[in-house]
Ligand binder design. Structure first.
Ligand code: GDP
Length: 194
């Protein structure tokens, strides 16, 4: 995808504020600091368009980025992820759950995790949540530039071994520093929204 035009259409909290044109949407979820803003900025060829890192005290919103009037990338605020139990659901946040579970326009979710570590319990809970709600997802291991290429295979195998939600087809590696994985992520997005 050649991206020239991107616009932050709305920072929404409630469903009434979501965009109404009916464009397909791809949500990006991940814990704070995982590299979500950097990935969005890389995808849309900007240096610092999406907010970077969590700003404590700032209102947490769903940020809808209109890309070329073709689709929305939806930046979901970094949260702790929850399994599908009442208690955990409350922690996950009503806003995020409402969006992820009740938005017909949502065609896929990019779930970020730090590639330098095995998926954490919270990462796995997040994948379980997406699986439970039958949301197509691509897991993306970030900051791969920090790992020598010779260790990539082993790292992916370890991640796949750690949770049945991951396999060699739904786990991609990414770097915002050298753009590894950018085309692969765009290919997946285009497949989901077509
Ligand atoms: P967010 O909180 O998930 O939006 O994370 P940010 O995109 O703000 O990134 C958090 C930190 O990780 C920042 O210091 C980034 O510079 C750094 N970071 C993000 N992506 C990468 C990457 O691909 N490689 C490296 N080396 N650092 C990254």
């Amino acid at each position: 995808m050649k991206v020239h035009n991107v616009e932050l259409t709305i920072s929404a909290v409630r469903p009434e504020q979501y965009p109404v044109e009916g464009l397909p949407e791809i949500a990006l979820v991940g814990r704070s600091n995982v590299g979500k803003s950097s990935l969005i900025n890389t995808l849309i060829n900007r240096k610092s368009y999406a907010r970077t890192s969590s700003q404590p005290g700032k209102t947490q919103t769903l940020n809808f980025y209109n890309v070329e009037d073709l689709l929305y990338l939806v930046d979901v605020p970094g949260y702790g992820y929850a399994k599908v139990s009442k208690k955990e659901r409350d922690k996950w946040g009503r806003m995020i759950e409402t969006y992820l579970t009740q938005r017909p326009n949502l065609k896929g979710v990019i779930a970020l995790m730090d590639a330098r570590h095995e998926p954490t319990e919270l990462d796995i809970q997040m994948l379980g949540f997406l699986h439970y709600y039958q949301l197509p997802f691509l897991a993306v291991g970030t900051k791969i530039d920090k790992i020598p290429r010779s260790k990539w295979n082993k790292m992916v195998s370890n991640a796949v071994k750690k949770t049945s939600f991951l396999n060699h087809d739904n786990y991609a590696l990414f770097s915002a520093v050298n753009k590894t994985g950018k085309e692969l992520v765009w290919d997946w997005i285009e497949k989901m929204v077509e």
